[in-house]
Design a protein around this ligand. Sequence first.
Ligand code: CP
Length: 347
Amino acid sequence: MKRDLISIDDLGRADLERYLALAAKVEGLEPEAKRDKLPGRVLAVMFFEPSTRTRLSFESAMCRLGGSVLGFSEAASTSAAKGESLRDTARTVERYAGQMVIRPPREGAARAAAEATGVPVINAGDGANQHPSQTLLDLYTIQKFFGGLKKGLRIALVGDLKYSRTIHSLVQALALFEGLEFHLVSPPALRLPGYLMETGAARKASFHESEDLRAAIRRSDVLYMTRIQKERFPDVLDYEKVKDAYVLNREMLEEAPRGLRVMHPLPRVNEIAADVDETGHAGYFEQVGHGLVVRQAVLLDLLGVAPGPTTTTRCCTSRRSRRGRSSTTSPPASGSRSWRSSTATRR
Ligand code: CP
């Protein structure tokens, strides 16, 4: 049966730990040892929304594993602009490629593509819903910074907690590791959605909500900043009210614990001033770098190829398969109308 990476909600703690261990193995390999891992394999990168890191890191990951890449980086250059459905696009592309990375604008659409096709599909961010490979690299980064996801680790999530898919995936993942402490820092209009608060509570995560960034800085080990995402606001006037809510600068970090690390999925706009880059707290470009090995691990794993010197352990099939889980088990943070329309296309 083929496997996909669509939502962190599909994974348990053991799955996350397995991905982190695979990424560490991949990181330990010499470049020459990776080059013959996926010869002849083709990855389709299908980006209907803008991307720099996710698209290019997947492309680099595949190329460095010996495979090749095809795809597009905007809907306007595809037959979606002529009205083709995502499902038809995905069912076409599976004839050309053995794996797909897809960033659709609608929540739930990556799962719909996975269910319509017989090749592994990786969700590279579906609207405001999920961004699971980003979460894997975030976990990998925290593990590298702190030697593991240890009890007592204090994590502040700052900014747009309502629309940020990276936050939604990350909260679900971190809540699986008991004993972490969360500080949720946002304007009232951008609070973490209720279903994620409930997920956290069910997993006994300890959430403290506040609007006070300076207080969170004083009591955190990880300060995970996010961009306020203009493109997700139904009314731009609401965006204007909160766009500068949190701007981290070097002076604010003077009160930080010595070991605090600042993370950000990037791109940033103005929420981290450039003077933070030169402090020992800045961790976001190291974080970006981890995307390469984590995504190599994901590509190898979904194709059943071991990262070590061994050869193929199980074969990717093109058999059609249905996932056992319903996409409705992972409700989106917002936009329930688009959620309904996307699930309606599932077969
Ligand atoms: N973090 C992230 O998803 O970045 P891109 O939008 O550049 O891919």
